[in-house]
Write a protein that binds this ligand. Structure first.
Ligand code: ZN
Length: 74
């Protein structure tokens, strides 16, 4: 019987920033993820995912450096 839960915990030290709020998250434990232009982005929560999906370009801003302008939705 396998009992190796130490290897499957979310605390592997591999984190990525949430594209929307830049909070460090574990992609394996992220509550939301979106595939965009062939890349998979993980989000800290569903709200960040919704913001990203509304205007992905404002969070990615390729080649223009980081932009952290919050997007106000309706
Ligand atoms: Zn977030």
């Amino acid at each position: 019987m396998k009992h190796d839960h130490a290897a499957t915990t979310s605390n592997t030290g591999t984190t990525v920033p949430c594209p929307v709020c830049r909070m460090d998250i574990d992609p394996g434990a992220a509550p939301a993820a979106v595939e965009h232009e062939g890349e998979t982005y993980s989000f800290c929560n569903l709200r960040c995912r919704d913001r990203f999906q509304a205007r992905p370009e404002s969070f990615l801003a390729r080649g223009r450096g980081p932009r952290l302008r919050p997007v106000t939705l309706g």
